[in-house]
Design a protein around this ligand. Structure first.
Ligand SMILES: Cc1cc2nc3c(=O)[nH]c(=O)nc-3n(C[C@H](O)[C@H](O)[C@H](O)COP(=O)(O)OP(=O)(O)OC[C@H]3O[C@@H](n4cnc5c(N)ncnc54)[C@H](O)[C@@H]3O)c2cc1C
Ligand code: FES
Ligand code: FES
Length: 1349
């Protein structure tokens, strides 16, 4: 053991370069090693828990036994660096670069406009690159699988797929999905142009071919190392943790015997998040990933023997192979297992995670135990004292996270038996999102039927997710043995399950009724599957109506593709004028190569410190004492900050409402910043922050929900009202009155880059540089100035780019900047703040939850005469932008409908939650949704007897919308702003036409008749969206243009590049006016020192403001240059510039745009609140699974009026990305708060944004042709925010589908559904015999898991 007590050197290769680390820290993961030690910042931190894919890199290892190099992706944030001894790591920087040569993957994602903010791009690139290393001609399914573990919050995935599918060997490469092997241009077809309408956003004619010789070779040194001594025993000693890596089993068993409490780690995908994110501490960890006995996969006469350390990917591949080769009968169990593995986590996690780890994590959310138990698998367990076999069943799991294994035992392997001839097996899972999401309930079921009969010989049913550990419904199974598989058995089984599946009202994760319903519904699906199988064997079983078959078909995940169209630039526009053309994002190649820098990619400044926030754990309490003494005594801790350290103002007023940087006397939400720890490293600061002792004294009242705020009459001022006509009088004239409400939950921004800032004191006169992730740097500058008591002229904010923002990086990041600046001020050193994902979600909050209570008066034909809405939003504990957001909701409440009598009131509730803030759409989606809900409910009622005449319900939906739409050439909004709805109606008509609405309606009706358990719905909405700030002073833009003597042009403007492409558009505009190529124009950063007092990049107004300012500055310069040009007409641009310089003509100019003075007189309910309106229409079709609540987005068609697009590719990208964010908002993104006001959904594992599986396979986006906008730059229109609202088409289509299910069962078609329409809500609204068996948990007896805030 002497060699085992010496510390080992870590040897690995990164991008072909040998790295030798003498004292690596076992707690360090690859991501931080790459970013901080090696200086490779291409791999990004998005979550730190394997849930987003931003950190994806490729690991290659030489497998001596197979004599083969294996390449696979991993999440660098979970891969301990010490486990990579002998491995070669390739990061995005290692495969290509803009300086040398791009890799084709990098080139194609950039060309296909698949990179917006670019933060996810390196991860996407590495997932695709690794796929190509293993399979140079992948199928579409391969691509779908490879990208399943990568999230993107900007693009909506379609352009990423479009870029990558050009690598497919067969078909599908065409942008319109019709390529037949080649892109249309290559095919010689010309389907991408029709008149002046173009359907081609990019052209892959001249792209780099895939060239394997470009790939880094696996380092021969590592092969030799592996061959010669198989690396040997390794021991890595860190400051707190020791990691040992035995290579043979006996060493492992000895270690386990000596250190029974030391956990084994292999993939680190369960243990890692616990240690990294939850502070679980183990001084000694044993890495078992190098022991070949644990990794074997072998076939015996009874089935498969899988080593415990076999990865889920390896297992999946082996099963896929066998299922394809072996007789079906034997592999039924493997097929069920494979089905589970297909949607278990993402590819990277499956590459790391092991079967042993999955089983022994004993987590009921994990999927494998229920199916492995049903298959009657056996575990082979070994220790120094001997080995034993254990049946994998409920007895193995003693509690959550606990097993019956003895502490010194190791799981060696799992035996998975073949299926027998008359055995039938199924696995089920239902999650918040279909893929890359933990299951809510999972199940494995197996029945053995007596040959040629329908008699049950044995039955095994296991559930995960209905209790703290695996549950076997033993009594049910026993009772059904010997019975005939038929309807009586089904009834009896349901009765038995109803009693035996006992979901505690206190279950972790809540959803008690849903879980129990799923347990019954899964059994029904299993029952149907067995019935079908018996039918196929000619065994008669009563009852298999055709329409029941739909219970069986699982949704198929498909790869999205779509049709796009936009108008070509007019004939005669010079070829080198880029305005109106689909130009690539200015930094897409840098983003695809990992060269693009975000704030946290900047190298550390000499002596840099790290700051970590200390936040309140109470919702409303007096601060009795803050004791940082333990934290201050910890290694590396430099200081602690609280309110008393603020040199300037800790408190300030924001529109007459107080805002505090650090809580001083009282806290008013969980997550409020109380103090901050400053330490030498991130980890030291994080650990020390947890040790700051805060003593509280709770204060009453404390409440979190809108309803409770109404009860307490707790509202912020001002309370707004808007009205048109006389609502009260009108209600007396109508045939029908309906009073109802709709609730919309909030939304987390989930920008891929978390918030942060680096503050660098310059050491002179208080000068300070801030590198900040802000979309409103002037505001950050102002708040820092107030906090430090320093003039703004000494504070410079720099913003290179943001990894997404969506409104979330306007306000909160200013506070973070001020705290970080205070730390820099106090220590005199540079300080970095980069929020962990969990803290970001907790502290910075997101979109406001809204409740709309309404009364509507209408006539039988659907004409709406009067509407009275009261909007309540949950503003949280401080005002932030809540009142402006409420104003925007009110200003949008009419949408495209001319309701003659319309009144809206808006109240922002003050609660004890973190303060809600701006989010793309800024209250408009909520305001619009309430109106759409009113239209929907009126239509439902108009379609009910006695009014229903000939029209189907869906026709009524259309008719009611059309009857009420603004129609006249010139109309007044409810706030008396003049506009023409012409282009909205054109969008509407075009959308119905392009979507083939009428024909599909019939098909949907047919589908619903023939399918009892699956239902489809379709919905279409129009959109009128105001662009610009209703606070008129924000409607301004500024720019600074410098021309240098070499002819190059530097543009600086007040906007922020956050993926929307504002820089690209600014360059296109400058290029048009200056008549120089885009490549000669550069935008370096947004800087408060160059362009002061800039407005936030928000309100869809960025390009309008900045574009005009750039135009203004460029025109000034051209006016100065014109005389020189006229005198020397034959000279080049560069010569003119030099000549101008020699003539002492200034080559720098500022540009300014004084936007419109929008305003609203709230007393009079009138005023031009917006600059102009962007219009659109969207139609979506969905299918729901009535038994599970799962839904599939089938097709979406969007027609959008963006005026004359400056860049159709960017605009279509914004539309798709916004729409997909809307899909999340209205269907799967659910924030859960405990009844103590604690946000529990603080990671991508708990909070689901749309992944690739959520994108409609057909997503068609058309820019309205022949549209103009006289108000904005080059007749364009702002587009960033409007499309989010279109996500509501999915919501209303789901509601229609649920109604179809209810109609079948004779249930009331009027029912309430709140947003998001999660699987739970869909299932529970499709009331049937199964939901009716599940009693409602009585309110008030048990503390609910979460509350609707
Ligand atoms: C983002 C993410 C998404 C996920 N999604 C899913 C999902 O959808 N469905 C699902 O089922 N799972 C999911 N998982 C869980 C994942 O499958 C498990 O974390 C994984 O299988 C555990 O294997 P591991 O090798 O990483 O275990 P480790 O983290 O290395 O170890 C886990 C535990 O098992 C013990 N252990 C491991 N091997 C042995 C052994 N041979 N003998 C004794 N003890 C052992 C360890 O001591 C430790 O306590 C997800 C995980 C992540 C991070
Ligand atoms: S940062 Fe690694 S998966 Fe999110
Ligand atoms: S481009 Fe994918 S997250 Fe921004």
């Amino acid at each position: 053991m002497s060699s085992q007590s010496r510390c080992s050197e870590l040897i690995l290769f990164i991008n072909g370069k040998k790295i030798t680390e003498k004292n690596p820290d076992p707690e360090e993961v690859l991501l931080s090693f790459l970013r901080r030690k090696v200086g490779l910042t291409g791999a990004k931190y998005g979550c730190g828990g394997g849930g987003c894919g931003a950190c994806t890199v490729m690991v290659s290892r030489y497998d001596y036994q197979q004599n083969k190099v294996l390449h696979y992706t991993v999440n660098a944030c979970l891969q301990p660096i010490c486990t990579l001894h002998g491995a070669a790591v390739v990061t995005v920087e290692g495969i290509g670069s803009t300086k040398t040569k791009l890799h084709p993957v990098q080139e194609r994602i950039a060309k296909a406009h698949g990179s917006q903010c670019g933060f996810c791009t390196p991860g996407m690139v590495m997932s695709m690159y690794t796929l190509l290393r293993n399979k140079p001609q992948p199928t579409m399914e391969d691509i779908r699988e490879a990208l399943g573990g990568n999230l993107c919050r900007c693009t909506g995935y379609r352009p990423i797929i479009d870029g990558f599918k050009t690598f497919c060997g067969t078909s599908e490469c065409c942008q319109n999905g019709e390529g037949g092997g080649k892109c249309c241009p290559q095919n010689g077809t010309n389907s991408h142009e029709d008149g002046d309408i173009c359907q081609e956003l990019f052209c892959m004619d001249e792209v780099l071919p895939l060239d394997p010789s470009q790939d880094l070779i696996f380092p021969p040194e590592l092969m030799i190392m592996e061959k010669e001594n198989g690396v040997g025993f390794l021991r890595f000693q860190g400051e707190r943790v020791t990691l040992v890596c035995p290579v043979d089993l006996s060493d492992l068993l000895n270690l386990k015997s000596e250190h029974p409490d030391a956990p084994l780690v292999v993939g680190n995908t369960t243990l890692g998040p616990k240690m990294l994110l939850k502070g679980v501490y183990h001084p000694l960890v044993i890495y078992a990933g190098r022991i070949s006995d644990l990794k074997s996969l072998s076939w015996g006469k009874n089935g498969l023997n899988v080593g415990a350390a076999c990865t889920l990917s390896n297992l999946k591949e082996e099963l896929q192979r066998v299922v394809g080769e072996m007789e079906m009968e034997k592999t039924k169990g493997f097929q069920a297992l494979l089905q589970t593995l297909q949607c278990l986590a993402g590819k990277q996690i499956r590459n790391m995670a092991t079967i042993g780890g999955n089983i022994l994590s004993a987590n009921p959310k994990y999927d494998l135990n229920s199916i492995l138990a049903a298959l009657e698998c056996t575990l082979l367990v070994i220790s120094k004292d001997g080995s034993r076999k254990i049946l994998l069943n409920e007895k193995l799991f003693t509690d959550f996270g606990k097993t019956a294994l003895r502490p010194n035992e190791v799981l060696l392997a799992i035996d998975i038996p073949f299926s027998k001839p008359w055995e039938f097996v199924s696995a089920f899972r239902q999650a918040q999102r279909r893929e890359f999401s933990f299951s809510i309930v999972n199940s494995g079921m197996k029945v053995a039927i007596k040959k040629d009969t329908n008699l049950v010989e044995s039955l095994h049913i296991f559930y995960g997710g209905v209790g703290p550990s695996l549950v076997k419904v033993e009594h049910t199974c026993e009772q059904l043995v010997g019975r005939s598989w038929g309807e009586e058995l089904l009834a009896e089984a349901c009765r038995l399950l109803e009693d035996e599946v006992d979901v505690s009202p206190l279950i972790h994760g809540g959803k008690v009724e849903y879980r129990k319903t799923l347990a019954l519904s899964f059994f029904f699906k299993f029952y149907m599957q067995v019935v079908q199988n018996l039918h196929e064997r000619d065994v008669s079983v009563n009852g298999l109506p055709l329409e029941h078959l739909s219970a069986l078909k699982p949704f198929k995940n498909e790869v999205p593709h779509g049709h796009h169209s936009f108008q070509l630039v007019p004939d005669g526009q010079p070829i080198d004028d880029p305005v109106g053309r689909p130009k690539e994002h200015q930094a897409s190649y840098e983003q695809a190569t990992g060269e693009a820098k975000y704030y946290d990619d900047l190298p550390p400044v000499q002596g840099e410190l790290f700051v970590f926030m200390v936040t309140s754990t109470r919702a409303h309490a007096k601060l009795i004492n803050i004791d940082p003494s333990e934290a201050l005594g910890m290694s590396g801790v430099v200081t602690f900050l609280s309110a008393r350290d603020v040199p300037g103002q800790n408190k300030r007023l924001w529109f007459n409402n107080p805002e505090e940087l650090f809580a001083e006397e009282e806290v008013c939400c969980v997550g409020q910043i109380i103090g901050a720890v400053v330490a030498e490293t991130r980890e030291q600061a994080r650990r020390a922050a947890q040790k700051v002792q805060v003593t509280y004294e709770d204060i009453l009242p404390v409440f979190f929900t809108i309803e409770d705020a109404i009860h307490h009459q707790s509202f912020f001022d001002p309370q707004r009202k808007l009205q048109r006509g006389d609502v009260d009088v009108a209600f007396k004239t109508v045939e029908h009155i309906l009073e109802d409400e709709i609730y919309m939950g909030g939304q987390e921004h989930f920008y891929m880059e978390t918030q942060g800032v680096i503050a660098v004191p310059k050491g002179e006169n208080g000068e300070l540089d801030l590198f900040v992730a802000s979309q409103h740097s002037a505001y950050a500058q102002e708040i820092v100035g107030i906090t430090l008591g320093i003039d703004s002229n000494k504070i410079t904010c720099h913003v290179k780019r943001l990894g997404g923002a969506f409104g979330g990086k306007v306000m909160k990041v200013a506070n973070l900047s001020a705290i970080t600046a205070t730390a820099a001020y106090k220590t005199g050193r540079a300080v970095r703040c980069s929020l962990d994902r969990g803290d970001d979600m907790l502290i910075t909050s997101g979109r406001h939850p809204f409740l709309g209570k309404y009364k509507v008066g209408y006539n039988h034909d659907g004409t709406i005469v009067a509407v009275d809405i009261t909007y309540y939003s949950n503003g949280g504990c401080t005002l932030d932008e809540s009142s402006f957001i409420m104003e925007k909701a009110l200003l949008h409440m009419d949408n495209g409908y001319k309701i003659p009598n319309l009144r809206g009131r808006g109240l922002v509730c003050k609660t004890y939650l973190p303060s809600y803030t701006a989010f793309r759409g800024f209250g408009a989606p909520q305001g619009l949704t309430v109106m759409e809900s009113i239209l929907h409910e009126v239509a439902v009622r108009c379609a009910l007897p006695p009014h229903k005449v000939v029209l189907t319900l869906a026709c009524v939906f259309l008719q009611v919308r059309q009857i009420n739409m603004y129609q006249a050439e010139e109309c007044l909004t409810h706030h008396k702003q003049l506009f023409s709805p012409r282009d909205m109606i054109r969008c509407w008509d075009d959308c119905l036409d392009k979507a083939g609405y009428q024909e599909r309606l019939q098909a949907i009706q047919q589908f619903n008749v023939f399918n009892q358990w699956k239902k489809r719905g379709i919905s279409v909405v129009p959109l009128k969206f105001g662009v610009g700030f209703s606070k008129g002073f924000y409607n301004q833009g500024a720019a600074l243009i410098n021309i240098y003597k070499d002819g190059s042009v530097l543009v600086t403007h007040g906007g922020t590049e956050m993926g929307q492409g504002i820089n690209t558009k600014a360059i296109q505009i400058a290029s048009r006016i200056l008549r120089v190529p885009m490549s000669s124009i550069y935008i370096k950063e947004t800087c408060t020192g160059s362009v002061p007092n800039a407005a936030p990049s928000a309100a869809s107004f960025g390009t309008d403001a900045v574009g005009m300012a750039v135009k203004d500055a460029c025109e000034k310069l051209m006016r100065r240059l014109e005389p020189v040009m006229k005198t020397n007409p034959k000279s080049t641009w560069k010569q003119w510039v030099v000549e101008a310089y020699c003539q002492k003509i200034s080559l720098t100019a500022t540009g300014f745009f004084m936007g419109p003075h929008t305003s609203i007189d709230w007393e009079k309910s009138e005023g031009p609140a917006y600059y102009y309106f962007t219009f659109g229409a969207c139609c979506s079709e969905v299918e729901i699974d009535c038994l599970t609540g799962d839904h599939k987005n089938i097709r979406t068609d969007i027609v959008m009026d963006v005026g004359k697009s400056i860049n159709p590719a960017l605009d279509i990208g914004q539309i798709e990305g916004g729409f997909v964010q809307g899909i999340g908002l209205y269907t799967i993104e659910e924030l859960e708060f405990s009844s103590e006001g604690v946000l529990m959904t603080r990671s991508p594992s708990q909070y689901k944004i749309p992944a690739l599986c959520d994108i409609p396979p057909q997503l068609n986006v058309h820019l309205l042709a022949n549209a103009e906008n006289p108000y904005a730059i080059y007749m364009s229109k702002g587009i960033g925010e409007p499309p989010v609202f279109f996500g509501c088409t999915i919501f209303f289509a789901i509601k229609e589908a649920i109604a179809a299910a209810r109609r079948d069962r004779g249930l009331d078609e009027t029912f309430s559904l709140s947003s998001p329409a999660t699987a739970e809500k869909i299932r529970m609204a499709c009331i049937d015999q199964f939901t009716q068996k599940v009693p409602c948990t009585k309110e008030g007896i048990f503390k609910p898991w979460s509350i609707n805030v």
